[in-house]
Ligand binder design. Sequence first.
Ligand code: ATP
Length: 264
Amino acid sequence: MTDPAPTAPAPAEPAGADATASDPVLAVRGLSAGYDGIAVVHDVDLTVGAGEVVALLGANGAGKTTTLLTISGLVPKLGGTIEVAGEAAHERRRVRVADVWQLARRGVAHVPEDRGLFFDLTAAENLRLGRPARGGTAVPLDQILAWFPALEKVLDRRAGLLSGGEQQMLALARAVIGTPRLLLVDEMSLGLAPIIVEQLLPVLRSIATETGAGIILVEQHVGLVLTVADRAYLLSRGRVAFDGTAAELRGRPELLESGYLGEA
Ligand code: ATP
Protein backbone atom coordinates (compact mmCIF):
# COMPACT_ATOMS: atom_id res chain seq x y z
CA MET A 1 0.00 0.00 0.00
CA THR A 2 1.33 3.44 -0.76
CA ASP A 3 -1.41 5.99 -0.28
CA PRO A 4 -4.78 4.85 0.94
CA ALA A 5 -7.43 4.92 -1.78
CA PRO A 6 -9.95 7.76 -1.57
CA THR A 7 -13.09 5.69 -1.22
CA ALA A 8 -14.14 2.95 1.18
CA PRO A 9 -15.07 -0.45 -0.20
CA ALA A 10 -18.78 -0.89 -0.79
CA PRO A 11 -20.44 -2.43 2.26
CA ALA A 12 -21.31 -6.08 1.74
CA GLU A 13 -24.76 -7.52 2.18
CA PRO A 14 -25.22 -8.41 5.84
CA ALA A 15 -24.53 -12.07 6.52
CA GLY A 16 -27.88 -13.80 6.17
CA ALA A 17 -28.88 -17.22 7.39
CA ASP A 18 -27.67 -18.80 4.15
CA ALA A 19 -24.56 -16.63 3.71
CA THR A 20 -22.28 -19.57 4.38
CA ALA A 21 -23.97 -21.83 1.89
CA SER A 22 -24.40 -19.29 -0.90
CA ASP A 23 -21.29 -17.16 -0.60
CA PRO A 24 -18.51 -18.89 1.30
CA VAL A 25 -15.23 -17.02 1.54
CA LEU A 26 -13.67 -20.16 2.99
CA ALA A 27 -14.59 -23.80 2.47
CA VAL A 28 -12.41 -26.38 4.19
CA ARG A 29 -13.27 -30.04 3.68
CA GLY A 30 -11.70 -33.13 5.25
CA LEU A 31 -8.62 -31.18 6.32
CA SER A 32 -5.82 -33.03 7.99
CA ALA A 33 -2.76 -31.08 8.99
CA GLY A 34 0.28 -31.36 11.18
CA TYR A 35 4.04 -31.41 11.30
CA ASP A 36 6.63 -33.74 9.76
CA GLY A 37 3.86 -35.82 8.22
CA ILE A 38 2.13 -36.45 11.56
CA ALA A 39 -1.44 -35.14 11.68
CA VAL A 40 -2.59 -33.16 14.72
CA VAL A 41 -5.75 -31.92 12.95
CA HIS A 42 -8.06 -34.58 11.52
CA ASP A 43 -10.90 -34.47 9.00
CA VAL A 44 -11.94 -30.88 9.73
CA ASP A 45 -14.84 -29.38 7.75
CA LEU A 46 -15.20 -25.64 8.25
CA THR A 47 -16.88 -22.85 6.32
CA VAL A 48 -16.98 -19.08 6.69
CA GLY A 49 -19.48 -16.91 4.87
CA ALA A 50 -19.01 -13.32 3.70
CA GLY A 51 -19.52 -10.99 6.64
CA GLU A 52 -19.51 -13.84 9.15
CA VAL A 53 -17.56 -13.99 12.40
CA VAL A 54 -16.65 -17.55 13.33
CA ALA A 55 -15.06 -18.54 16.64
CA LEU A 56 -12.57 -21.42 16.61
CA LEU A 57 -12.36 -22.74 20.16
CA GLY A 58 -10.72 -25.56 22.07
CA ALA A 59 -8.28 -26.48 24.79
CA ASN A 60 -4.53 -25.90 24.58
CA GLY A 61 -3.10 -28.13 21.90
CA ALA A 62 -6.51 -28.83 20.28
CA GLY A 63 -5.17 -27.72 16.90
CA LYS A 64 -6.56 -24.20 16.51
CA THR A 65 -3.30 -22.50 15.49
CA THR A 66 -2.37 -25.40 13.22
CA THR A 67 -5.74 -25.08 11.48
CA LEU A 68 -5.25 -21.34 10.89
CA LEU A 69 -1.66 -21.79 9.70
CA THR A 70 -2.76 -24.50 7.27
CA ILE A 71 -5.59 -22.37 5.88
CA SER A 72 -2.99 -19.67 5.23
CA GLY A 73 -0.61 -22.20 3.72
CA LEU A 74 2.09 -21.45 6.27
CA VAL A 75 1.89 -25.12 7.28
CA PRO A 76 1.33 -27.57 4.39
CA LYS A 77 -1.87 -29.60 4.57
CA LEU A 78 -1.65 -33.37 4.73
CA GLY A 79 -5.09 -34.01 3.22
CA GLY A 80 -8.42 -32.45 2.31
CA THR A 81 -9.24 -29.28 0.40
CA ILE A 82 -9.14 -25.55 1.18
CA GLU A 83 -10.96 -23.06 -1.03
CA VAL A 84 -10.75 -19.31 -0.50
CA ALA A 85 -13.47 -17.43 -2.40
CA GLY A 86 -13.97 -20.45 -4.61
CA GLU A 87 -10.28 -20.85 -5.52
CA ALA A 88 -8.31 -23.89 -4.43
CA ALA A 89 -5.59 -22.66 -2.10
CA HIS A 90 -1.88 -23.48 -2.40
CA GLU A 91 -2.33 -26.96 -3.84
CA ARG A 92 1.13 -27.40 -5.26
CA ARG A 93 3.65 -26.28 -2.75
CA ARG A 94 4.22 -24.97 0.68
CA VAL A 95 3.78 -21.22 1.05
CA ARG A 96 6.71 -19.63 2.84
CA VAL A 97 6.53 -16.62 5.10
CA ALA A 98 8.05 -14.62 2.26
CA ASP A 99 4.91 -15.42 0.28
CA VAL A 100 2.62 -13.61 2.71
CA TRP A 101 2.10 -10.91 0.07
CA GLN A 102 0.74 -13.66 -2.15
CA LEU A 103 -1.70 -14.46 0.60
CA ALA A 104 -2.79 -10.85 0.69
CA ARG A 105 -3.24 -10.82 -3.07
CA ARG A 106 -5.57 -13.83 -2.70
CA GLY A 107 -7.52 -11.87 -0.12
CA VAL A 108 -6.32 -13.65 3.01
CA ALA A 109 -4.94 -11.75 6.00
CA HIS A 110 -3.49 -13.58 8.97
CA VAL A 111 -2.79 -11.92 12.32
CA PRO A 112 -0.55 -14.42 14.12
CA GLU A 113 -0.23 -14.81 17.89
CA ASP A 114 2.96 -12.73 17.91
CA ARG A 115 1.23 -10.04 15.77
CA GLY A 116 4.03 -10.03 13.18
CA LEU A 117 4.80 -6.30 13.39
CA PHE A 118 8.04 -4.64 12.30
CA PHE A 119 9.14 -3.13 15.60
CA ASP A 120 11.71 -0.75 14.07
CA LEU A 121 9.17 0.79 11.69
CA THR A 122 6.62 3.36 12.76
CA ALA A 123 2.95 2.50 13.06
CA ALA A 124 2.27 4.40 9.81
CA GLU A 125 5.05 2.49 8.02
CA ASN A 126 3.65 -0.83 9.28
CA LEU A 127 0.24 0.19 7.92
CA ARG A 128 1.74 0.93 4.51
CA LEU A 129 2.79 -2.72 4.34
CA GLY A 130 -0.84 -3.87 4.27
CA ARG A 131 -1.50 -5.11 0.72
CA PRO A 132 -4.83 -4.93 -1.08
CA ALA A 133 -6.39 -8.13 -2.39
CA ARG A 134 -6.29 -8.75 -6.16
CA GLY A 135 -8.72 -6.32 -7.75
CA GLY A 136 -9.35 -4.65 -4.40
CA THR A 137 -8.55 -1.26 -2.97
CA ALA A 138 -6.99 -0.24 0.32
CA VAL A 139 -9.26 1.03 3.07
CA PRO A 140 -8.75 4.80 3.55
CA LEU A 141 -6.74 5.75 6.60
CA ASP A 142 -9.73 7.73 7.96
CA GLN A 143 -11.79 4.57 8.05
CA ILE A 144 -8.96 2.64 9.71
CA LEU A 145 -8.74 5.34 12.40
CA ALA A 146 -12.52 5.27 12.86
CA TRP A 147 -12.22 1.58 13.72
CA PHE A 148 -9.02 1.99 15.77
CA PRO A 149 -9.01 5.61 17.04
CA ALA A 150 -6.20 4.98 19.54
CA LEU A 151 -3.78 4.60 16.60
CA GLU A 152 -4.12 8.22 15.49
CA LYS A 153 -1.80 9.65 18.13
CA VAL A 154 0.84 6.93 17.70
CA LEU A 155 1.17 6.83 13.91
CA ASP A 156 4.69 8.29 14.03
CA ARG A 157 5.83 6.10 16.91
CA ARG A 158 7.91 2.97 16.38
CA ALA A 159 5.77 -0.16 16.70
CA GLY A 160 8.17 -1.60 19.28
CA LEU A 161 7.36 1.29 21.62
CA LEU A 162 3.59 0.84 21.50
CA SER A 163 1.59 -0.73 24.31
CA GLY A 164 0.34 -4.29 23.87
CA GLY A 165 -3.15 -3.04 23.05
CA GLU A 166 -1.86 -0.50 20.52
CA GLN A 167 0.32 -3.18 18.90
CA GLN A 168 -2.68 -5.49 18.56
CA MET A 169 -4.77 -2.67 17.05
CA LEU A 170 -1.94 -1.94 14.62
CA ALA A 171 -1.67 -5.61 13.63
CA LEU A 172 -5.44 -5.79 13.05
CA ALA A 173 -5.44 -2.46 11.18
CA ARG A 174 -2.60 -3.60 8.91
CA ALA A 175 -4.50 -6.81 8.20
CA VAL A 176 -7.78 -5.11 7.29
CA ILE A 177 -6.34 -2.15 5.34
CA GLY A 178 -6.08 -4.41 2.28
CA THR A 179 -9.82 -5.33 2.41
CA PRO A 180 -9.25 -9.06 2.88
CA ARG A 181 -12.03 -11.48 2.03
CA LEU A 182 -10.87 -13.73 4.85
CA LEU A 183 -9.26 -12.55 8.09
CA LEU A 184 -7.67 -15.06 10.46
CA VAL A 185 -6.94 -13.77 13.97
CA ASP A 186 -5.00 -15.99 16.38
CA GLU A 187 -5.30 -15.29 20.13
CA MET A 188 -5.87 -11.57 19.77
CA SER A 189 -6.18 -11.25 23.55
CA LEU A 190 -2.76 -12.69 24.39
CA GLY A 191 -1.18 -10.36 26.96
CA LEU A 192 -4.05 -7.86 26.79
CA ALA A 193 -6.29 -6.66 29.61
CA PRO A 194 -9.84 -8.03 29.23
CA ILE A 195 -11.17 -4.47 28.81
CA ILE A 196 -9.10 -4.06 25.62
CA VAL A 197 -10.45 -7.36 24.31
CA GLU A 198 -13.98 -6.17 25.10
CA GLN A 199 -13.29 -3.06 22.99
CA LEU A 200 -11.67 -4.86 20.07
CA LEU A 201 -14.11 -7.73 19.54
CA PRO A 202 -17.04 -5.45 18.56
CA VAL A 203 -14.69 -3.60 16.18
CA LEU A 204 -13.98 -6.87 14.40
CA ARG A 205 -17.72 -7.59 14.33
CA SER A 206 -18.26 -4.19 12.64
CA ILE A 207 -15.45 -4.81 10.15
CA ALA A 208 -17.05 -8.11 9.10
CA THR A 209 -20.48 -6.52 8.70
CA GLU A 210 -19.26 -3.35 6.95
CA THR A 211 -16.68 -4.86 4.59
CA GLY A 212 -18.09 -8.36 4.04
CA ALA A 213 -14.87 -10.00 5.26
CA GLY A 214 -15.28 -13.43 6.79
CA ILE A 215 -13.38 -13.63 10.09
CA ILE A 216 -12.11 -16.59 12.10
CA LEU A 217 -11.24 -15.75 15.69
CA VAL A 218 -9.18 -18.10 17.85
CA GLU A 219 -9.86 -16.68 21.27
CA GLN A 220 -9.37 -17.76 24.86
CA HIS A 221 -12.04 -15.37 26.17
CA VAL A 222 -14.76 -17.79 25.17
CA GLY A 223 -17.68 -15.96 26.79
CA LEU A 224 -16.71 -12.68 25.13
CA VAL A 225 -16.06 -14.07 21.67
CA LEU A 226 -19.38 -15.92 21.65
CA THR A 227 -21.18 -12.60 22.13
CA VAL A 228 -19.86 -11.27 18.78
CA ALA A 229 -19.53 -14.50 16.76
CA ASP A 230 -22.24 -15.81 14.45
CA ARG A 231 -21.06 -19.41 14.58
CA ALA A 232 -18.49 -21.48 16.43
CA TYR A 233 -16.40 -24.61 16.02
CA LEU A 234 -15.07 -26.43 19.05
CA LEU A 235 -11.97 -28.51 18.38
CA SER A 236 -11.04 -31.38 20.63
CA ARG A 237 -7.83 -33.29 20.00
CA GLY A 238 -7.75 -32.02 16.46
CA ARG A 239 -11.33 -32.95 15.57
CA VAL A 240 -14.50 -30.89 15.36
CA ALA A 241 -16.52 -31.67 18.51
CA PHE A 242 -19.15 -28.97 17.91
CA ASP A 243 -20.23 -26.95 14.88
CA GLY A 244 -23.18 -24.63 15.25
CA THR A 245 -24.34 -21.15 16.12
CA ALA A 246 -22.63 -19.14 18.83
CA ALA A 247 -26.00 -18.80 20.57
CA GLU A 248 -26.36 -22.57 20.66
CA LEU A 249 -22.89 -23.04 22.15
CA ARG A 250 -23.55 -20.30 24.73
CA GLY A 251 -26.53 -22.35 25.85
CA ARG A 252 -24.46 -25.52 26.23
CA PRO A 253 -21.87 -24.75 28.92
CA GLU A 254 -21.37 -28.47 29.58
CA LEU A 255 -20.09 -28.91 26.03
CA LEU A 256 -17.64 -26.05 26.42
CA GLU A 257 -16.49 -27.40 29.74
CA SER A 258 -15.87 -30.87 28.39
CA GLY A 259 -14.16 -29.36 25.33
CA TYR A 260 -11.77 -27.41 27.48
CA LEU A 261 -11.17 -30.37 29.81
CA GLY A 262 -10.33 -32.43 26.74
CA GLU A 263 -13.25 -34.81 27.16
CA ALA A 264 -15.45 -33.80 24.22
P1 ATP B 1 -2.91 -23.31 22.08
O1 ATP B 1 -4.27 -22.84 22.51
O2 ATP B 1 -2.10 -23.85 23.21
O3 ATP B 1 -2.19 -22.34 21.20
P2 ATP B 1 -3.80 -24.84 19.75
O4 ATP B 1 -5.18 -25.36 19.86
O5 ATP B 1 -3.58 -23.63 18.94
O6 ATP B 1 -3.18 -24.65 21.20
P3 ATP B 1 -1.76 -26.04 18.14
O7 ATP B 1 -0.76 -24.98 18.47
O8 ATP B 1 -2.34 -26.07 16.80
O9 ATP B 1 -2.93 -26.04 19.21
O10 ATP B 1 -1.06 -27.44 18.45
C1 ATP B 1 -1.68 -28.70 18.11
C2 ATP B 1 -0.67 -29.80 18.36
O11 ATP B 1 0.41 -29.64 17.43
C3 ATP B 1 -0.04 -29.77 19.75
O12 ATP B 1 0.09 -31.10 20.19
C4 ATP B 1 1.30 -29.12 19.52
O13 ATP B 1 2.25 -29.60 20.45
C5 ATP B 1 1.65 -29.58 18.11
N1 ATP B 1 2.51 -28.61 17.42
C6 ATP B 1 2.28 -27.28 17.28
N2 ATP B 1 3.26 -26.69 16.56
C7 ATP B 1 4.13 -27.67 16.24
C8 ATP B 1 5.36 -27.71 15.51
N3 ATP B 1 5.89 -26.61 14.94
N4 ATP B 1 5.98 -28.91 15.37
C9 ATP B 1 5.45 -30.04 15.92
N5 ATP B 1 4.29 -30.08 16.63
C10 ATP B 1 3.64 -28.91 16.79
